[in-house]
Design a protein around this ligand. Structure first.
Ligand SMILES: Nc1ncnc2c1ncn2[C@@H]1O[C@H](COP(=O)(O)OP(=O)(O)OP(=O)(O)O)[C@@H](O)[C@H]1O
Length: 620
């Protein structure tokens, strides 16, 4: 096969003019580390070869653990093979170019639950088509997709309320916006009943018939689906057991004296006998090189397929209005762009922020609950420390109140993001891989759209407690107090994003406190900076809570605050300067606390972004 392929790199110009992309691969090996300490390696794919053509629906099938998803990941460009080559129309694949012409719909595909089908498609069109396609054309494209995928009646239904089949169709529709000629789908029918599975496979069959190369993995396609499948690629323990048409499968097996019982699904039979006859099958298929059994690919008419597969319920899926890639200029307009992404960073950022805010607006329960909790806690704390602010007798209590406020805001901001953010990762992974937006645009929009809620919650809390605890009625002190609380909650929010980027929800809940608790120890509240051993003092400077505590204490007791009234015989802290001195804060500066908080916030944000980027690149 190698000789058939030109070794020249696939050039941009050739990709631009080609509407159909045939994919072939040669000697694909994939090895992973097996046991970090043992240093062993495990080979998952062994010298796999094969060809998947445009205009055909190819199903990669095999037992669980055979290596289907691994092969699919490699073909889609999601992971790199350890060795081997992939060709597009006979030329070595240019990965960057290929990713612009293909899409990958993952198994755990998730959509934005709070948005309706129509809104999701509009956002996808804004991100994937940008300003290169006019508003009118975008609208027309969305209408075509909605009609073709049979989603007209559900167009105003939120994705979270859609059935499994409708959700899958929406996921496919979102990628069809930019009309990629190559589509990869990992287990598109998993979790769906047989009638919905038929609908999905019929849709994929029609998409293939329009000239696309459609490759899907399926554990074990049922007999009812096989009429719509053009090519089967059976994987057995990382090797190819059969490549060819459905109709040729039985003759292929019979030639090897493997007789499928009458009325038995040949695919089920192949899967059953795969293990014990693996070596013979792999030899016979020449590990995917033997294309003799592909000659009879039927290309049956739609009416005969509908009849044979009993597709009466599926008439709603009908691609009559969707133009074929040949007729549709969208893909070519997008390919002519120099950049990998169709839209600028700004456009991606504004569209993603709009989407986040819209989702938040649609699901106000979380925002209302958060604000409610902040207000309720503020009332409780305000009542507990009622009117202590101007009395020298309660300076210690006031200090405790200030520290508690920082801790409360830190934990609420941290946990709200560290729990919510990991749930978004599967959506971001798909959209980012399919070049909707850069990781930077997504990350920036996430931070920016989280700020309004955090600001409202923090200011509600600050306003209530400041007033109830009877702090000085000076606008600049109140403003400084609010500013510090806001900055502390923003830094905690960024730390939440960092943990959310690193861990899933479960591990985030377990490990999150380990990441945040050390900052409480080095805040200066439990152990004063001046009392700490010399070699750990730097940890105080790295603790945002220390700078937060300095900031709030200075805003209440610093800035030349006059002496406090004493309601007792003797008050040790009638002179605010005395309190600052005892807590080692005399030399501290409010402006430095602000600078330190902003710097720590920026460092944590950058770290969270880098981790998110790494996570999106890897499968972790
Ligand atoms: N990173 C890895 N480390 C160790 N083993 C791995 C790794 N990735 C995949 N495997 C193993 O490789 C084999 C093939 O995995 P793959 O997910 O491709 O199978 P599959 O055919 O798609 O299975 P399923 O139908 O259950 O999804 C499995 O045995 C899996 O455990």
């Amino acid at each position: 096969m190698a000789s058939e392929h030109s070794e020249s790199q696939e050039t941009n110009s050739t990709s631009l003019v080609e509407d159909s992309l045939n994919i072939s691969f040669e000697d694909i090996n994939y090895t992973v580390r097996h046991g970090v300490l043992a240093g062993g390696r495990k080979t998952i794919l062994h010298d796999l070869c094969g060809t998947f053509n445009a205009g055909e629906l190819t199903v990669i099938m095999g037992q669980s653990g055979a290596g289907k998803s691994t092969l699919m990941d490699i073909l889609a460009g999601y992971s790199k093979p350890t060795s081997g080559s992939i060709y597009v129309n006979g030329r070595v694949r240019n990965e960057k170019m290929f990713r612009r012409r293909s899409c990958y719909i993952l198994q755990d595909d998730q959509v934005q639950n709070m948005l309706t089908i129509q809104e999701s498609l509009h956002i996808a069109a804004d991100l994937k088509l940008g300003n290169h396609i006019s508003g009118q054309q975008k609208k027309q494209r969305i209408e075509e997709i909605i009609t073709s995928l049979g989603l007209t009646r559900a167009r105003r239904t939120r994705a979270g309320n859609l059935s499994g089949g409708q959700k899958k169709r929406l996921a496919i529709g979102l990628e069809l916006i930019s009309d990629p000629p190559v589509m990869f789908l990992d287990e598109p029918t998993s979790g769906l009943d047989s009638s919905i599975s038929k609908q999905i496979v019929y849709l994929l069959h029609l998409l293939a018939r329009q000239g696309r190369t459609v490759v899907v993995t399926m554990h074990q396609p049922s007999a009812g689906l096989l009429y719509m499948v053009d090519r089967i690629y059976a994987v057995a323990a990382g090797r190819c057991a059969y490549v060819g048409s459905v109709t040729q499968l039985l003759p292929y097996l019979e030639r090897m004296n493997l007789m499928c019982p009458p009325y038995h699904n040949p695919v089920d039979f192949l899967i059953e006998i795969c293990v014990e006859n693996a070596s013979g099958l792999v030899e016979s298929s020449n590990n995917g090189r033997n294309n003799n059994w592909c000659t009879n690919i039927s290309h049956e008419t739609d009416s005969s397929i509908i009849e044979k597969s009993n597709l009466s319920n599926c008439e709603e899926v009908c691609l009559t209005t969707l133009p074929t890639p040949k007729e549709d200029p969208t893909s070519k307009i997008l390919l002519a762009l120099k950049s990998t992404y169709s839209t600028s960073f700004c456009k991606q950022f504004t569209t993603l922020t709009r989407r986040s805010l819209l989702s938040m607006w649609r699901d106000p329960a979380f925002t209302i609950m958060s604000t409610g909790i902040h207000c309720a806690m503020a009332l409780f704390i305000g009542t507990l420390f009622y009117n202590i602010g101007s009395d020298a007798k309660y300076v210690r209590d006031n200090y405790n109140f200030l520290y508690f406020s920082l801790m409360f805001l830190m934990f609420t901001a941290f946990s709200s993001v560290s729990i919510n953010f990991p749930e978004e990762i599967p959506v971001i992974r798909r959209e980012h891989f399919n070049r909707w937006y850069t990781a930077g645009a997504y990350y920036t929009s996430t931070v920016v759209s989280a700020l309004p809620k955090q600001t409202v919650c923090t200011l509600s809390y600050a306003f209530i407690v400041y007033w109830l605890t009877g702090q000085p009625g000076e606008i600049n002190r109140f403003a400084s107090f609010c500013l510090i609380l806001l900055l502390v909650s923003y830094v905690a929010l960024c730390k939440g994003l960092l943990i959310g980027s690193l861990f899933n929800v479960k591990n985030g809940v377990i490990f999150g406190p380990f990441f945040i608790m050390p900052f409480t120890i080095f805040s200066g509240f439990f152990l004063r900076y001046t009392d700490a051993p010399f070699f750990i003092r730097w940890l105080f400077n790295a603790s945002f809570l220390k700078h937060g505590l300095v900031g709030v204490v200075l805003s209440i007791f610093g800035m030349n605050r006059p002496n406090l009234v004493c309601s007792d015989m003797y008050c040790h802290y009638s002179y605010p300067i005395q309190f600052l001195q005892d807590n080692g804060m005399v030399g501290e500066k409010f402006s430095l606390a602000i600078v330190a908080l902003i710097s720590i916030g920026l460092i944590v944000s950058v770290l969270a972004f880098v981790i998110l980027k790494i996570r999106l690149k890897s499968k972790w």
